[in-house]
Design a protein around this ligand. Structure first.
Ligand SMILES: Cc1cc2nc3c(=O)[nH]c(=O)nc-3n(C[C@H](O)[C@H](O)[C@H](O)COP(=O)(O)OP(=O)(O)OC[C@H]3O[C@@H](n4cnc5c(N)ncnc54)[C@H](O)[C@@H]3O)c2cc1C
Length: 365
């Protein structure tokens, strides 16, 4: 169902939307009508009422294969905040906002990264000071996917002392006085997604907008990364598959030195190398999904998958470009777009360096 939807409603428009730098809002509603971002959330709040890691991963893989990264991140921005709202939000937040976000009527975004840095989450600088029955937020967030169009945000801010013990999460509506935003333009990839810098200037939110316990937001942010990283890993699997499929199709019809490219041993080896990495990505993701469905959250494997998949994807995109030769260098070729969209996968959602650190820490070292 998802494959049919993406191939019919997204893939044919990928280049036009990317060149235009945006896509129609109606796509949010069409994609959300399939329940793509409602896993693990009750139907009362607009979710699908069940969870399944394989289905989460399959969704991401299909999107990665057929949709431009700008659409995936644009519609998928809500996917990295709804779990937090569901787990920590008040009944009022859940009944008021989740159905709108999950149906695609409104957008949601997650603000963790700040101009001073994204990797060192424990050191974030945005402050929220308690003032009677409100919190007053001051600071800034940047690189926020979906941030220009979102109506609701989950924002991490410092309520206590330095370090990971002083961070809390807040639910902030876009029309709150003191909140403004500006667009980040001209990205390397993800052209049709909106990305924002958010500004909080004495932004007063009711104390009821605190999500979960005060000063306990860091752990929730870290837990929330697990599904984001699984989604990104599966998305990378889809992207790598597309690189391979496009390469095979092209190598079968392109002739050099009197025979199809696919008959040259060097090209055949590239196909084998890409295919073996794709098999490994798939096996790792399936193993993670199986563990999650068995009730575990394999944090070490997820962090390893995130950097393993980004390295494998970079390899596949590079080889695909090489197989296409000059044709791969032209805009409008999916391989050109995929090549541009690989780098962000090793940066966003936890960089490859931070993922390696986390994996080794999980080994008790
Ligand atoms: C297109 C895009 C969309 C994004 N969307 C969102 C979003 O929706 N919400 C959000 O909150 N954030 C978002 N981000 C931000 C993203 O999560 C951060 O860019 C990422 O976490 C890295 O933070 P940084 O860019 O500040 O790099 P820095 O933290 O400044 O790090 C710079 C480099 O140094 C490396 N490094 C840092 N510390 C160490 C260390 N201890 N050891 C070794 N190497 C280290 C990093 O890996 C990185 O390569 C997005 C980013 C991009 C590019």
């Amino acid at each position: 169902m998802v494959t049919r939807f993406v191939k019919a409603e997204i893939e044919p428009h990928a280049d036009a939307w990317d060149e235009a730098g945006s896509f129609p809002w109606a796509l949010h509603e069409k994609a959300c009508a399939l329940g793509l971002f409602g896993f693990g959330i009750a139907e009362t709040y607009g979710g699908v009422g069940f969870d399944d890691a394989f289905m989460r991963a399959a969704t991401a893989e299909i999107l990665g294969q057929w949709a431009p990264g700008g659409v995936i991140s644009g519609i998928g921005a809500r996917g990295i905040m709804v779990g937090l709202v569901d787990a920590l939000g008040s009944e009022e937040m859940k009944t008021r906002a989740l159905p709108d976000i999950l149906s695609g009527r409104k957008g949601g975004a997650l603000g963790i990264t700040e101009p001073s840095g994204g990797s060192d989450v424990a050191n974030l600088q945005t402050r929220a000071r308690r003032d009677g029955d409100h919190y007053v937020i001051n600071g800034s967030k940047t690189f926020i996917t979906g941030g220009m169009l979102a109506s609701h945000f989950v924002i991490a801010a410092r309520t206590g002392g330095e370090g990971l013990g002083g961070i809390s999460l807040f639910f902030v509506d876009a029309d709150t006085p003191g909140f403004t935003r500006s667009a980040i333009e001209r990205k390397m990839g993800w052209w049709c997604s909106d990305t924002a810098t958010l500004y909080f200037d004495a932004c007063r939110v009711p104390a009821t907008r605190l999500m979960g316990e005060e000063h306990r937001g860091f752990l929730a942010v870290m837990n929330n990364f697990n599904y984001e990283r699984l989604f990104m890993s599966a998305q990378m699997l889809g992207m790598a598959r597309r690189c391979l499929d496009e390469s095979i199709a092209y190598a079968q019809q392109r002739t050099t030195f009197g025979k199809p490219l696919i008959r040259h041993q060097v090209i055949r080896h590239k196909i084998a190398d890409m295919s073996s990495r794709i098999d490994a990505m798939e096996a790792l993701i399936n193993q993670i999904c199986w563990c999650i469905n068995e009730g575990e959250m394999p944090v070490a494997e997820i962090s390893k998958a995130k950097f393993f998949c980004s390295t494998a994807l970079e390899f596949c995109a590079n080889e695909a470009m090489q197989i296409f030769g000059g044709a791969g260098y032209l805009r409008g070729n999916p391989v050109e777009r995929l090549y541009r969209e690989t780098k962000v996968m090793a940066i966003g959602g936890g960089s490859a360096e931070i993922m390696r650190d986390l994996a080794v820490r999980q080994m008790g070292l």
